[in-house]
Ligand binder design. Structure first.
Ligand code: GUE
Length: 278
């Protein structure tokens, strides 16, 4: 079975749209982008497009690539204080030289629709999540909508990043899975991944996960957005070879990526609701 993130994201976006139309909420997402990385510009554009589709207002702050940490924090603090702004997203990665942790901590947790602030992280890890990071949040929505219950299953996450691997592990723990987190220092990765009932790959290497790493009947979730040697967009998983042995698998494109954006819209709507005490 192919887990159609594109289709599911459209369904979720339609729900967000109708919720906004039903209320007189005027949700607003602010994005902050530093420098001119074309991939980051593309992602931010996609987020603004999604806002436009569902009726979320969006404002974009663009700072030069040679900005100092303080400049970025100043921009964030303006948005913190602006009552019309409900969500703040600082596009990552930030240019080298900028203290990413400091910038993330400058976003007030109430507007942290990315779920990257340590307070929201801590809440997630203590089992009382508030804003959940959009990629792992979107993956949990995929699992729920396709009625894949992680409870009691063995889940293996490859990657331990703050934006994907770590919160993914926390969400799966909260959903009663038995969770293993693998990373660059893991010895015998294939031995670990082959035990997974649910395998989540967030490595960032084109077609790295082959069939020898996957148990027959496993659910395979591919977070990778890579380009292969021909410049073709592909995931971490060798889809052609893994799809036949998986019971369910997300494609790239059209899997996790669109769900990331849909979850960002949901988080922004939720923030606007709270702001209005609805
Ligand atoms: N503060 C912050 N929050 C993020 O959520 C964040 C970020 N920084 N930095 C970069 C990553 C990456 N990311 C993606 C979102 C959508 C797709 C997506 O929709 N991809 C399409 C394909 C798009 C294409 O054609 O390249 C798909 O998979 O179908 C991919 C990647 C959000 N990120």
């Amino acid at each position: 079975m192919i887990l159609n993130g594109k289709e599911l994201s459209e369904k979720r976006l339609a729900i967000v749209k109708s919720e906004i139309e039903k209320t007189d909420l005027k949700p607003c997402l602010a994005t902050v982008i530093v420098g001119e990385d074309p991939a980051s510009q593309l992602y931010v554009r996609m987020k603004h497009n999604a806002c436009g589709k569902v009726g979320i207002r969006s404002v974009g702050v663009e700072l030069p690539g040679d900005s100092m940490t303080e400049d970025v924090i100043n921009a964030v603090e303006k948005l913190n204080k602006d009552p019309a702004v409900h969500g703040i997203l600082v596009q990552l990665p930030l240019p080298r030289g900028i203290d990413t942790e400091k910038v993330i901590e400058s976003v007030i947790p109430e507007k942290d629709v990315d779920g990257f602030h340590p307070l929201n992280n801590g809440r997630l890890f203590s089992g009382r999540p508030d804003f959940v990071p959009c990629t792992p949040g979107g993956i949990m929505t995929i699992l729920r909508e396709y009625e894949i219950d992680p409870a009691g299953k063995k889940a293996v996450v490859i990657g331990r990043s703050v934006d994907v691997g770590r919160p993914m592990a926390a969400l799966l723990i909260n959903a009663d899975a038995t969770v293993t987190v693998c990373h660059s220092k893991t010895q015998n990765l294939a031995e670990e991944t082959s035990k997974a009932d649910i395998l989540i790959s967030a490595i960032g290497r084109a077609r790295f996960v082959g069939p020898e790493m996957v148990k027959k009947g496993a659910v395979v979730i591919d977070v990778g957005t890579n380009h292969d040697e021909n410049g073709k967009l592909c995931g971490d998983v060798d889809f052609e070879k893994v799809e036949p042995i998986a019971s369910a698998i997300t494609p790239v494109p059209g899997g996790v990526g669109p769900m990331t954006i849909a979850t960002l819209m949901e988080n922004t709507l939720e923030s606007a609701r709270r702001h209005a005490n609805l």
